[in-house]
Design a binder for this molecule. Structure first.
Ligand SMILES: NC(=O)c1ccc[n+]([C@@H]2O[C@H](COP(=O)([O-])OP(=O)(O)OC[C@H]3O[C@@H](n4cnc5c(N)ncnc54)[C@H](OP(=O)(O)O)[C@@H]3O)[C@@H](O)[C@H]2O)c1
Length: 350
C-alpha cells in the first residue's frame, strides 16, 4: 500500500550529535535551538519552502516547533500549513516532536476572541488542534497576561486542557516575574506545574535579566527565549541598506525605528566581534542567549533553509570569554542599561 511517508525519510543520523536541555525541573527535554513559525509560514508564503525548513530542522535534531493561534498571515494559516507538513512528512514521527501553541492575542471577532478567559482559551486550543490535525499539543501557553480576567480563571483553563488530554504541559509568555510567581503558585495547587516561560530576549533586549530569569531558576521553570536575533536586526543584513526580502521591508512587526543610525552603529560593532570569534553575527546572537543557564532553548525564526543552517551552526561555538562579554555589553547596552526598553508585554504579534 502506498504510504504518505513516501518520498521523504528523515536523516537517520539526526540524533547522533544532537544534545537536549532539560526544561527547568520538568522531565521534558528541548533542543537548544527551536524553530518558530510566527513569520514565513503563513498563507502568503511559499509552502514548499516552509516544508523544506521544517524538514531540515528535524534532520538537524530540532524536535521543537513553536506556533500560536494567530500566526500567519492570515491568522491561523501557519497552523494549517504546519498541519499539512505533519500529515505529509511526519506521520510516523509525532512522538518525536514537541509542538507548542498559544492563545492570548486577537483571533476572532467579538468578546471571546482574545485575552485570557476560560471561554477563549479552551475554544482557541480546540481550533488550533483542528487546524494542525492533531489530538494534543505538547505545550499550551497563555500568550499574555489578561488584566481583566482573574488569573485563577486563566490558570484554571490551562489546568483543564491538560486534564482533557489536549495539552501535555503548560507555559506562560511575556508574564512579569510577579505574575509568573502567582500563576505558578495557582497551577501548582491545581496539580499542573507550569514548566516553561517564553519571553523576548536578545543582546539588545534584556528585560528578562531584571528579575525574570532569577525567578524562573528559583521556581524550576525552563525558559525559551524568542527573537534572539531581534527579528533579524542582529545579523549583518542591514549594514548596507534594507534588502528587498528582509523583514524590515515586508512585515509591520519590524518597526522602522529599529533601524536607527545608533542601532546600526551598535550592530556593526557587534558584527566585528562575531567575526573575530569566527562566527556570523546571527550565530553569536544565538550563542549569547544560550550562555545563561536558565535558558533552555533559543527560539529562532528563519526565512530560508540557508538562514536556518547558518543559525543552527551557532551550536559550534557557545562559549564566551569574559573580555568578549564585556565588549558585547559595551556596544549592545547603554553603560550596562538595556537600550531596547521593552517591557514584558511589548511584543504584540498582531
Ligand atoms: N511569545 C511571543 O509573544 C512571541 C513573539 C515573537 C516571536 N515569538 C516566537 O519566536 C519565534 C522567532 O521569532 P523571530 O522570527 O522574531 O526570531 P528571530 O530569530 O529574532 O528573527 C528571525 C528573522 O531573522 C532573519 N534571520 C534568521 N536567521 C538568519 C540568519 N542566519 N542570517 C540572517 N538573517 C537571519 C530572518 O528575517 P529576514 O526575513 O529579514 O531575512 C528571520 O525571519 C517566532 O516564530 C515565534 O515562535 C513569540
Amino acid at each position: 500500500m502506498a504510504s504518505l511517508q513516501e518520498g521523504w525519510l528523515p536523516d537517520a543520523a539526526r540524533y547522533e550529535t544532537a544534545s537536549y536541555n532539560r526544561c527547568g525541573r520538568s522531565g521534558l527535554k528541548l533542543p537548544p535551538i527551536t524553530l518558530g513559525l510566527w513569520q514565513n509560514f503563513g498563507g502568503i508564503d511559499p509552502f514548499e519552502n516552509q516544508r523544506a525548513m521544517v524538514r531540515r530542522a528535524f534532520d538537524c535534531g530540532v524536535t521543537h516547533f513553536d506556533l500560536a493561534n494567530n500566526y500567519g498571515p492570515p491568522a491561523g494559516s501557519s497552523e494549517e500549513n504546519f498541519g499539512v507538513i505533519l500529515q505529509k512528512d511526519f506521520r510516523a514521527h509525532r512522538d518525536e516532536l514537541v509542538i507548542s501553541t498559544k492563545a492570548g492575542y486577537r483571533m476572532w471577532p467579538g468578546p471571546y476572541g482574545e485575552w485570557g478567559s476560560r471561554k477563549y482559551l479552551i475554544s482557541s486550543l480546540d481550533q488550533s488542534l483542528k487546524r494542525m490535525g492533531i489530538d494534543y499539543v505538547d505545550i499550551f501557553y497563555s500568550h499574555r497576561v489578561d488584566p481583566e480576567t482573574p488569573l485563577a480563571e486563566t490558570m484554571g483553563a490551562l489546568d483543564q486542557v491538560v486534564r482533557q488530554g489536549k495539552a501535555l504541559y503548560v507555559g506562560l509568555s511575556s508574564y512579569s516575574p510577579e505574575m509568573t510567581r502567582k500563576a505558578q503558585a495557582i497551577l501548582k495547587d491545581l496539580g499542573t506545574p507550569c514548566i516553561i516561560h517564553q519571553p523576548s530576549y536578545s543582546m539588545l533586549n534584556r528585560w528578562v535579566e531584571d528579575g525574570l530569569l532569577e525567578t524562573l531558576g528559583e521556581l524550576g521553570m525552563g525558559c525559551i527565549a524568542f527573537s534572539p536575533l531581534a527579528q533579524g536586526l542582529l545579523t549583518s543584513k542591514y549594514l548596507n541598506g534594507v534588502p528587498d526580502q528582509a523583514r524590515a521591508a515586508r512585515a509591520p512587526s519590524f518597526r522602522p525605528e529599529m533601524l536607527s543610525d545608533e542601532n546600526l552603529a551598535r550592530v556593526k560593532k557587534l558584527n566585528d566581534i562575531a567575526q573575530q570569534r569566527g562566527q556570523s553575527l546571527a550565530q553569536m546572537a544565538i550563542a549569547w542567549v544560550l550562555r545563561r543557564p536558565e535558558i533552555t532553548s533559543a527560539l529562532i525564526g528563519a526565512r530560508t533553509v540557508e538562514q536556518l543552517d547558518d543559525s543552527l551552526d551557532a551550536l559550534k561555538n557557545l562559549s564566551f570569554s569574559l573580555d568578549e562579554l564585556t565588549e558585547i555589553d559595551k556596544y549592545a547596552t547603554d553603560g550596562g542599561l538595556n537600550i531596547w526598553r521593552q517591557s514584558s508585554n511589548a511584543d504584540a504579534e498582531v
